[in-house]
Design a protein around this ligand. Structure first.
Ligand code: FAD
Length: 397
């Protein structure tokens, strides 16, 4: 094992991870004038790239891969940001300020930022089959695109945003798609009955076979899934199965470090309980002042803002405004945008034309807006953002 000189001057900031949170952290450090060494440890062979296009444009168009990189290679050298590619962080010794890497080497840091993101959950019963995948990386997306081009019959398990977006991309490619969802409606637990019904109608109207309130009782096939039997006895044939049932933080490598594997609790500047160890993005559970607890985000805007917040904390600058919980999705050519915490609501009011995919749903609690879903009207977003901005602050006593 090779090991760098011990902790001390010059170790600088090491960022474990090479996604959006890592990128924003590195960029912000330089923008704020940080002159120390900055290294990103990126498990993937690529420079940092953007994931939302992987379930959208990249599924339908190989050329869309060209625009997923956040920055060209020369940007990193120009900013003196060292991106170590194809090597993973494998263990942390926080006392020694030392990060072990998958190639057997180890590096020291003055500050460590954990930004290793999340990984898709897998259903154990499907794990050993050859024609089963999840969607997180560029390679995953490319493989699905190739299957769709070959008109493979796709079985998607899970009608969350990723499952829905892949269903949309598959229909655009002319593929047959069945989506199986255990909940009574898509996104029912997050967005409620009215919006769940709208999503169900959207997909069915586009030719997706959407099976709700069902799980897989039996898998047929030897090394490849050929069909599944659902709880109620129905058999569904498939050429490929996509498991899209959510993500868990990618933190197994921190076992034994004292940090929890389910998401690292941090303050508003991304500081963890361990000295000089910060976290950002899908691997972090930032303290949410409004909810009064640590919360995982799992969404793009939060990951970027948290990466920037960590950079501010490291250089000792005032923290930027926290992110309002938000998400967007593109399905069948319509943009769907979501802000806030719909789970807090006791009422939802819809305004607009659901059939025309042009409406706003405002979720309220005791008459106060706590969340909004905007379909096909991005111009409505700035005003709703202003109305919901208070959700990023501590509520009055
Ligand atoms: P990631 O982007 O996951 O980056 C983490 C990086 O760290 C990865 O490159 C990973 O390989 C690397 N890594 C993992 N372990 C290690 C290790 N041990 N050592 C070194 N490196 C490691 N959000 C939205 O708000 N809207 C959307 O429309 C949307 N669409 C999405 C579509 C897809 C297909 C996916 C997968 C996600 C989507 N998201 C969307 C979520 C959004 O992309 C994530 O919230 C965001 O990427 C999180 O950024 P991150 O940097 O925390 O993690």
């Amino acid at each position: 094992m090779t090991t760098e000189a011990a902790n001390g001057a010059g170790a600088g900031v090491v960022i474990a991870g090479g996604g959006l949170a890592a990128q924003r952290c590195a960029e912000t450090l330089r923008r704020l004038g940080y002159e120390g060494r900055v290294r990103m440890v990126c498990a993937e062979p690529h420079l940092p790239y953007d994931r939302p296009p992987l379930s959208k444009a990249v599924l339908g168009d190989a050329a869309a891969e060209d625009s997923v990189a956040f920055r060209p290679a020369d940007w990193y050298s120009g900013k003196a940001i060292e991106a170590l590619r194809g090597v993973a962080a494998s263990a942390l010794d926080a006392g020694a300020h030392r990060l072990a890497l998958s190639d057997g080497s180890a590096i020291h840091y003055d500050q460590l930022v954990v930004a290793t993101g999340a990984k898709p959950r897998m259903l154990p019963a499907f794990a050993e089959y050859d024609n089963v995948s999840t969607l997180r990386t560029l390679e995953d997306s490319r493989a699905i695109r190739e299957l769709l081009a070959a008109r493979a019959r796709l079985l998607i398990i899970g009608a969350g945003f990723i499952g829905q977006e892949v269903a949309s991309g598959a229909r655009a490619a002319g593929a047959e798609v069945t989506v199986i969802e255990a909940e009574p409606l898509p996104l029912h637990g997050i967005l409620g009955r009215e919006i769940g019904e709208w999503f169900a109608a959207l997909h069915r109207g586009e030719g997706v076979e959407l099976v709700l309130g069902q799980t897989v009782a039996q898998i047929h096939g030897a090394s490849r899934v050929q069909a599944v039997t659902l709880d109620e006895g129905r058999r569904v044939a498939a050429d490929h199965v996509l498991i899209a049932i959510g993500v868990v933080a990618e933190l197994d490598w921190l076992a034994g470090s004292g940090l929890p594997a389910a998401g690292i609790p941090t303050d508003a500047g991304g500081r963890s309980e361990l000295p000089d160890v910060y976290a950002a993005g899908d691997a972090a559970a930032f303290f949410d002042a409004f909810l009064g607890r640590h919360a995982l985000s799992g969404h793009w805007e939060s990951a970027g803002r948290q990466g920037a917040a960590v950079a501010h904390a490291i250089v000792g600058r005032p923290l930027p405004t926290p992110a309002l919980s938000s998400f967007w999705s593109d399905q069948y050519g319509t943009r769907i945008q979501y802000l806030g915490h719909a789970q807090l609501a006791d009422r939802v009011t819809l305004d607009g034309d659901r059939d025309a995919r042009d409406f706003t749903a405002v979720y309220t609690r005791d008459g106060e807006p706590v969340a909004a879903l905007v379909v096909g009207r991005p111009q409505a977003l700035p005003d709703l953002r202003d109305r919901l901005r208070y959700l990023t602050e501590r509520p009055p006593e």
